[in-house]
Ligand binder design. Sequence first.
Ligand code: BES
Ligand code: MN
Ligand code: ZN
Length: 494
Amino acid sequence: MDYSIESVTLDKLQSDCLLVGIYENQQLSPSATHLDSLCNGLVSKLIARGDIKGKNAETLLINNLPDTAIDRVVLVGFGERGKLTRKQFRKALAAATKVVKSGKIQTVGCALLDMEVEKSDAQWLARQIVEVFNDGLYQYTFTKQCDDKISLQHLSIIVNDANKQLAEIGLQQGIAIAQGMALTKQLADLPGNICTPTYLAEQALVLAGQHDKLTCDILEESDMEALGMGAFLSVSRGSRQPAKLICLEYHGNDTHAKPIVLVGKGLTFDAGGISLKPGQGMDEMKYDMCGGASVLGILRAASLMNLKLNIIGLIPSSENLPDGNANKPGDILTSMAGKTIEVLNTDAEGRLILCDTLTYAKKYDPEVVIDMATLTGACIVALGRVPSGLFGNDDKLCDDLLGASETACDLLWRMPIWEEYQEQLKSNFADLANIGGPDGGSITAAVFLSKFAEEYRWAHIDIAGTAWRTGAAKGATGRPVALLSQYLINRAAA
Ligand code: BES
Ligand code: MN
Ligand code: ZN
């Protein structure tokens, strides 16, 4: 699938399918008005007879358009004029994507840059068009043949002289972010028997090979041993797959600007270890590497956008399985930071691999450190599957991330990590317990991590509820790649 912008008026357009927007109450967008005049009032006729009302995300496919070089039109409803939110714009785009992905349509012209969306310009609109389309067209094909092959190959966004430059920037950003998200989803959807820590490390090396400014180094278990990563290594002891610490460096800024460090939990399968999880839905724990896959997706997007930043990506990758050599409840580990940890539940393994990685991150003298992890089921209890949970020790960093999440429509909600919660992590036998009991589980997990992130500005994003969809539409979402890409875009512009 490729995307472009095209300066052409509708009377000259040749396309398998044109997308134009309408509002409720028979209000047409400028493009819809133009189209209406080109085809003798067909659009207004269809609206007048009630075939489409213009409600948000309503669509009407017109399969034949007399007197034009346009084969088909999809009228897309956006709701009430003057009240169109960013979320609604995306929702309507997703509905339009569904219509054009079925059937024989190969090329689409998208005349939707003239929609009036709150707080948004042509750059934002163009970017969202690419992101939402690419997301909707994603198909998992690694181990399964597609039932319905998508014919669509090209989408061109129709621009005029006034919005051309902004749209071009938005298009390029959209393509980069969409490609990043696609990589994240592909890796995340792979089963645990294919996507092992070794496989993830190989894919990181492949990614680095594709971009000049990106390099990749893999730390093996022996290296981690030498560094004293007792918490991380304790998790992989229960698995026959060797753990990897994937270290990526993106040098987009020649100066010695301090790097932004991104850390992603890369648990390629989490059975819980000796504290074994129940069988129901356990397959979904192949998604426990979504934080790591997101780091790869974000670095791909940053590389494609050629951002003038220095970025480090760190992905601790392991399995968490029960084995004769596995962690046991009551075991005490010594982390790289020197703090001892009592393992009260071997299923709270994410924080064990992350804490040593957060300690390792110090060597980069980071500007900020942001970790992403499918860390706690409790985060889903607290927030549902709508926003990711945000935790952090720095208000400015958290505000920057919240701002980026607004723009990217990749939602985030801040949670507290007040000192009151530390009580719950007390252990009679170690400096910290690895769980904090049933109350506020996503918070105590974040508080645990905060103890290893005291020397820099840090944020933690719990993506347990947002990294994949459960149920009939089970599959990776590519979140929070768009959010972090926006954060990096903002940082590069600052
Ligand atoms: N990877 C899981 C968290 C998770 C569970 C994410 C379900 C998405 C859906 C994590 O390693 C885990 O098992 N956490 C435990 C922590 C508990 C033992 C304190 C949990 O959430 O149950
Ligand atoms: Mn677990
Ligand atoms: Zn886990």
